[in-house]
Design a binder for this molecule. Structure first.
Ligand code: BGC
Length: 436
């Protein structure tokens, strides 16, 4: 079957993970604070800040029709109220390069990194943050709005609820007795994440010192620890949408949410529903007035009466320790349709060094999207995470999510078969001939 006309096919990146030298951001400061939970600093990353023109040309050559990337708040507003004309000119050129190559830009305005100065004010717990964020969005969109057909305000605005659950699951797993007397990491949490959480225990004090703030004001990513923080994030989305609509009414605007496929294990029906409600339903009021919702999915989580259950025996695991489970995407798209908004799959992907598994993952995930479309669900785009092997936050460059490998010494790009597969699908606007 053919996908709907105009379906957007592409891959996604985030500024801090690919551009390099994002020095005015909170994350850069943390990477250089001596806190051991950061495997390595981001450095030049994929040098995409310099190489974007050749990268965008490559995406077009592959057959992709869209590109999701983020504009970096810390570059555009390196100090509170001080806007950089040069940074805006840079992003204008990135957008122009997309249009010249027939690539539709899907722009994210906040993808986990914030300007350092925001942390000094109280970060995502501070009541003034929604207005600050809206001012930045208004400035960018007043300048660049005509070049931006789609804007995601905040990437994974729900990430702090997920993180809090993950920490609870890890704690439960560490105290649980397993048959062999060892410790068993729960679903979605690798032994490495447990180790990195151990290292992280004392990160807030030196991290706060590096950012010139207090531990309570430090919320890297969007990791707020209180319901008030979650509310600040929701208000920031609403304020940003209003600012965007004010200066660039034609730009379709939405939020993106990290949505795991919560499946009930024995006795886990209520707990699985609660997790979905936290991740999705609690954001519905803030989404009232949006033009679409961005769905981001990597795997499933099987939930017991209280906590995530261990991976099924013999499950294939990805480099992130997630279960290889591409069918999760179909399940979350079906559930997310309850918002009554068009859906863009703004992230779906796998970290593996075996690209044949990536090919299989993408094929199976897209078969699920096709079934959703056949049932009348309004899906408008699919973005694989990620375009490049890039900086995977605390884990550094070890996990490889990319469809394009990057030699970080030479910055040479090597296209993987999975990128060619997605390009062929995009060119035909159909899975036929590729899905056997
Ligand atoms: C984020 C990306 C991240 C990816 C893989 C998503 O949650 O938006 O920034 O690299 O997952 O872990």
């Amino acid at each position: 079957m053919a996908f709907p006309d105009g379906f957007l096919w592409g891959s996604a990146t985030a500024a801090h993970q690919v551009e390099g030298n994002n020095i005015a951001s909170d994350f850069w400061a943390m990477e250089h604070s001596g806190v051991p939970m950061f495997a390595e600093p981001s450095g030049d990353a994929c040098d995409h800040y310099r190489l974007y023109r050749q990268d965008i040309a490559l995406l077009r050559e592959l057959g992709f029709t869209s590109y999701r990337f983020s504009i970096e708040w810390a570059r555009v507003e390196p100090e509170d109220g001080v806007f950089s004309r040069a940074a805006i000119a840079h992003y204008r050129d990135v957008l122009e390069a997309c249009h010249e190559h027939g690539i539709t830009p899907m722009v994210t305005l906040h993808h986990f990194t914030s300007p350092r100065w925001l942390m000094r004010l109280g970060g995502w717990e501070y009541d003034g943050t929604p207005d600050r964020f809206a001012d930045y969005c208004r400035t960018v969109m007043a300048e660049l709005g005509p070049l931006i057909p789609y804007a995601c305000t905040i990437n994974e605005a729900n990430i702090s609820s997920l993180t809090r659950r993950m920490i609870e699951d890890m704690t439960a797993a560490r105290s649980a007795d397993t048959p062999d007397g060892g410790e068993q990491a729960p679903v979605g949490v690798s032994a490495e994440s447990v180790e990195s959480a151990d290292k992280a225990r004392d990160w807030r004090t030196p991290g706060a010192a590096a950012l010139g703030t207090t531990p309570d004001n430090l919320n890297l990513f969007l990791f707020t620890w209180t319901d008030h923080g979650v509310d600040v994030i929701r208000r920031a989305h609403v304020a940003a949408r209003e600012a965007i609509k004010e200066v660039s009414p034609a730009t379709k605007t939405g939020i993106t949410l990290a949505l795991q496929d919560y499946q009930p294990g024995p006795g886990g029906e209520k707990a699985a529903d609660e997790r979905w409600a936290e991740a999705f339903d609690h954001f519905l009021p803030a989404m009232d007035g949006d033009d679409f919702v961005g769905v981001q999915n990597y795997s499933r989580v099987v939930v017991g009466p209280e906590h995530a259950l261990p991976h099924p025996e013999g499950a294939e695991l990805t480099q992130m320790g997630y279960e290889f489970y591409p069918q999760a995407l179909e399940n979350v798209v079906r559930r997310a349709a309850s918002a009554g908004l068009p859906i863009h799959v703004t992230e779906n992907g796998i970290a593996t060094d075996d690209d044949t598994r990536r090919v299989e993952f993408v094929r199976r995930a897209l078969e699920g999207v096709e079934r959703c479309l056949s049932d009348g669900i309004d899906v408008r785009g699919y973005y694989y995470w990620s375009t490049f092997d890039n900086f995977e936050w605390m884990l550094g460059y070890r996990p490889t999510f990319g469809m394009i490998a990057v030699d970080r010494a030479t910055q040479e790009r090597t296209v993987k078969e999975s990128a060619r597969l997605l390009g062929r699908i995009a060119e035909r606007n159909s899975l036929d001939d590729d899905i056997g």
